[in-house]
Write a protein that binds this ligand. Structure first.
Ligand SMILES: [Zn+2]
Ligand SMILES: [Zn+2]
Length: 466
C-alpha cells in the first residue's frame, strides 16, 4: 500500500457557532457613560429613533409603550411612554421609576444596552427631590452643537443641560438657550417631541447650533458658581456607574444633624443661627430636620459650597468623618458670592447696587424677581425685605413685559386660528373645533374667548358665501 492512502484530512466541527443574543432594536451605544458629559435619556431616544429612520413619537408609542404594556415586570404603561407638547417629557431623564425607570427598563430590553439608567437621575432618587430639579423645556448650548457638527462628532444633549441649576455652558462661557433662534419660530420645545431630531427644533425643524462668543464682562460670580455646580454634578454623573449603594433619602438629614452638632451644645437661638448659616429661614430648615422634605438640588449645592465640601463628599463620605468648615456658612469655593451674601446679609449696599444695575440695564426679556434672587444666590423674600423699592421696580418691569407678551401671543394665536380656519374653509368644509384641533400647534388655545371670536369671524365669512 502506498503512503498516500494514510493522508489525514481536516476535521469538521458540526456544532453551530455561538451567536450572541440579538436585540429587537439597533444596539446603539449611549454617549459618555462614566463621564461628566454623559448623554440624557431623551437624547438617546431621539438618536435611536433617527437610527431607525422613524420619529421618536412613533418609536415610543408603537414599540416602547406596547412592550411595557405586555411586560409584567415594570410599572410603566403605554400611556406613560407617549410624548408630545404637554406630557412633561423631562421626567424621562429624572428620578421617577414610573417614567424614567420604566423607559430605561424597556429600552435596555429592546437594545440590550445595559447601562441606560445612567442617562437619567435614577441613581440620585434619594438625594435630589423632584421639586425644582428638571427643566420642563429643552435647553442647549448652541456653541457645543455647532462645534460637534463642524468637527463631525455625534450631536447629542448632555444630562447636565436638563437640570434647572445648570444655566450656562462652562466650556463656552455662554448661557444655555431655551428658545429656538429662528425668528419665525422663537418657540421652546419639550425634551422629547413627536418629531424631535438631535440638534434641531422639533417645531420649525431648524438647526439650533451657532457660534457664540464668550460673554465679556459677564457676571463673574454667576460664572464661578456655574463652574463649581457643573464640576460637582459632572463628578457625580461620572461616578454613577461605580456607585454600589445610592444615597438614601435619610442621608441629607444625617449630614444636617452632623453639621448642627458642629454648632456646639444646645443653647437658645442655636437652630435659628444654624438656619441662617445655611442661608434659609428657620421654617424651611425645620421641615428638613423633621425629615418631611429634603432641600432642592440648588439649595443642597449652595450648602455644600458654604461648608466647603464637595457634593460627592456630602452624599458619600462617612458622616462622622466629614470636615465642615469651622465657621459654618462663612466660606466655600464661591468666596465672593457666598461671603458677601453669607449670614443673611442681604441688606448690603453691594446688593442694592447690583439690583439697581439690573433695573438700569435693558435686558430682554427682563428677569423676574425670583430669577434675580437666584442670580444673587439669595431668596426673593430677603431681597424684598431689604430693598423693597428697587424690587418693586424690577417686578413692575417684569409684569409689564408679561402683559405685552400676553397680548402679542394672543394676536399671534388669533392669526394662526384665522389662517387655519380659512384653509379648511377653502376646501369647502365648515371649520369645526375637531378639524382645527388637528392643525393647530396648541389646540388648547381654542378655549380662549378672544381666539374663538377669530374662529367665528371665519365661520361668518364662510356662511355668508353659501
Ligand atoms: Zn458649549
Ligand atoms: Zn424652531
Amino acid at each position: 500500500m502506498s503512503s498516500a492512502s494514510n493522508t489525514v484530512y481536516e476535521e469538521w466541527k458540526l456544532e453551530l457557532p455561538s451567536i450572541p443574543p440579538r436585540s429587537t432594536l439597533y444596539s446603539l451605544e449611549p454617549i459618555g457613560i462614566g463621564m461628566p458629559e454623559v448623554e440624557c435619556l431623551t437624547s438617546y431616544i431621539t438618536r435611536l429613533a433617527e437610527a431607525h429612520c422613524v420619529y421618536p413619537g412613533i418609536l415610543m408609542y408603537n414599540l416602547v409603550g406596547p412592550f411595557l404594556q405586555h411586560s409584567s415586570v415594570s410599572q410603566g404603561s403605554r400611556e406613560s411612554m407617549a410624548v408630545g407638547q404637554a406630557r412633561h417629557t423631562e421626567s424621562f431623564n429624572g428620578t421617577a421609576q414610573k417614567r424614567a425607570g420604566a423607559a430605561v427598563y424597556a429600552l435596555e430590553c429592546l437594545t440590550l444596552q445595559g447601562s441606560l439608567r445612567f442617562l437619567t437621575l435614577l441613581t440620585w432618587e434619594g438625594a435630589f427631590p423632584a421639586h425644582k430639579l428638571l427643566r420642563q423645556t429643552r435647553a442647549w448650548c448652541p456653541a457645543c452643537l455647532e462645534e460637534w457638527r463642524r468637527t463631525g462628532q455625534v450631536i447629542y444633549e448632555p444630562l447636565l443641560w436638563t437640570l434647572q441649576v445648570v444655566t450656562r455652558c462652562v466650556r463656552h462661557q455662554c448661557e444655555l438657550c431655551v428658545t429656538c433662534p429662528h425668528p419665525e419660530c422663537k418657540r421652546s420645545a419639550p425634551w422629547l417631541a413627536w418629531k424631535s431630531r438631535p440638534g434641531h427644533c422639533p417645531i420649525c425643524r431648524g438647526w439650533l447650533g451657532m457660534a457664540v462668543h464668550a460673554e465679556d464682562g459677564g457676571d463673574e460670580a454667576e460664572m464661578a458658581w456655574q463652574q463649581w455646580v457643573t464640576e460637582q454634578l459632572g463628578k457625580l454623573f461620572a461616578l454613577a456607574p461605580t456607585v454600589e449603594a445610592p444615597p438614601p433619602r435619610t442621608r441629607i438629614h444625617e449630614v444636617l444633624r452632623h453639621a448642627l452638632q458642629h454648632m456646639g451644645p444646645e443653647r437658645p437661638g442655636r437652630h435659628k443661627e444654624f438656619a441662617r448659616s445655611l442661608g434659609v429661614v428657620r421654617a424651611t430648615y425645620s421641615t428638613w430636620l423633621s425629615r418631611q422634605i429634603i432641600p432642592p438640588l440648588e439649595t443642597l449645592l449652595s450648602i455644600c459650597a458654604r461648608w466647603n465640601i464637595s457634593l460627592y463628599e456630602c452624599l458619600f463620605e462617612d458622616v462622622s468623618a466629614l470636615v465642615l468648615h469651622a465657621e459654618l456658612g462663612v466660606s466655600g469655593p464661591l468666596k465672593n458670592k457666598h461671603q458677601k451674601n453669607g449670614n443673611g446679609s442681604w441688606g448690603t449696599p453691594q446688593i442694592r447696587e447690583a439690583l439697581e444695575a439690573m433695573v438700569a440695564n435693558d435686558e430682554f426679556p427682563p428677569p423676574s424677581l425670583g430669577a434675580v434672587a437666584r442670580r444673587l444666590g439669595c431668596y426673593r423674600a430677603s431681597l424684598l425685605q431689604h430693598h423693597k423699592e428697587v424690587c418693586n421696580a424690577l417686578t413692575k418691569r417684569y409684569q409689564a413685559y408679561l402683559q405685552t407678551k400676553k397680548q402679542t401671543d394672543l394676536q399671534h394665536y388669533c392669526e394662526e386660528v384665522r389662517q387655519a380656519a380659512r384653509h379648511i374653509a377653502s376646501q369647502g368644509v365648515r371649520p369645526n373645533a375637531n378639524q382645527l384641533g388637528k392643525v393647530l400647534k396648541k389646540p388648547g388655545i381654542l378655549r380662549s374667548s378672544e381666539i374663538r371670536e377669530a374662529w367665528k369671524e371665519v365661520l361668518r365669512e364662510f356662511d355668508s358665501h353659501l
